[in-house]
Ligand binder design. Structure first.
Ligand code: DGL
Length: 259
């Protein structure tokens, strides 16, 4: 069982920001990554649609023998992880906007959250905000249009700069000192965001924390791979393969798959 793969899925290529952290921390683990780009973006879909897509991806990963599933998508986690945990007998790791560290450390008492509509409107997001951000101004911003640009390979374009300028402006006006990246596509924007943001604003991305949590859960269930052979890394997309491959610097083979 321990040599079975870690299953990872996202609405598209963004969850590779999590896959990279997992592969760096757990270099002997076999991994299967599903990029559901054909159905991206998830962020504007209904709660029901997001749950259905998450079920489809989960069942596919279970059919391929995965020992744990990482929901490498804030939108899918905040809408579907409760359902998945209730209905499938396999551990799930999720990712949601890291409000807690931002709220605990802010000096200006104002933090910005950039995420999809699906994440910001979810019950889980509201529950976490109520729990940790008492007395803190939480400036929420839907990153409309960002995911489709990244899926089209435009991480660094003028169109992206234009969108980010518009989304950062209201946050800067509220004097935020933390920007929480609430979507796994957004870490690819850190180089551009770092140039655009005043130096005192810290960017929070929880990819590494997700990798550590994955390791902790595998260890607690004696599921860490005991083999030190070169792992099998399988990346599948149901859409364009070149964008998925190039976001990973063409270091891994990617395969087209209907799912
Ligand atoms: N990577 C997904 C997330 O973390 C993107 C959502 C979307 O497809 O809109 O939320």
């Amino acid at each position: 069982m321990s040599s079975q793969p870690i299953g990872i899925f996202d609405s598209g290529i963004g969850g590779t920001s999590i896959f990279k952290e997992i592969h760096a921390l757990l270099p002997h683990e076999n991994c299967i990554y599903l990029a559901d780009s054909k159905y991206a973006p998830y962020g504007n879909k209904s709660h029901k649609e997001i749950v259905e897509l998450s079920i489809k991806n989960t069942e596919h990963l279970i059919d391929r023998g995965c020992k744990i599933i990482v929901v490498a998508c804030n939108t899918a986690t905040t809408n579907a992880i409760d359902y998945l945990r209730r209905n499938y007998n396999i551990p799930f790791i999720g990712i949601e906007p890291a409000i807690k560290p931002a709220a605990l450390n802010t000096q200006t008492k104002a933090i910005g959250i950039l995420a999809t509509k699906g994440t910001l409107s979810s019950q889980l997001f509201h529950k976490t905000t109520d729990l940790y951000a008492n007395g803190i101004k939480v400036v929420e911003q839907v990153g409309e249009g960002i995911v489709p640009l990244i899926e089209a390979g435009e991480v660094d374009s003028e169109a992206m700069r234009y969108l980010l300028e518009a989304y950062l402006e209201p946050m800067l006006a509220q004097n935020i000192d933390f920007l929480v990246l609430g979507c796994t596509h957004y870490p690819y924007l850190i180089p551009m965001l770092s140039k655009m943001l005043p130096k005192h604003i810290k960017i929070i991305d929880s990819g590494r924390a997700v990798a550590h949590q994955t390791k902790a859960i595998l260890a607690s269930q004696s599921l860490l791979n005991s083999s030190i052979a070169i792992p099998e890394i399988q990346l599948f997309s149901n859409s364009d393969l070149t964008v998925l491959s190039s976001i990973l610097d063409n270091k891994f083979k990617v395969t087209y798959l209907e799912f």
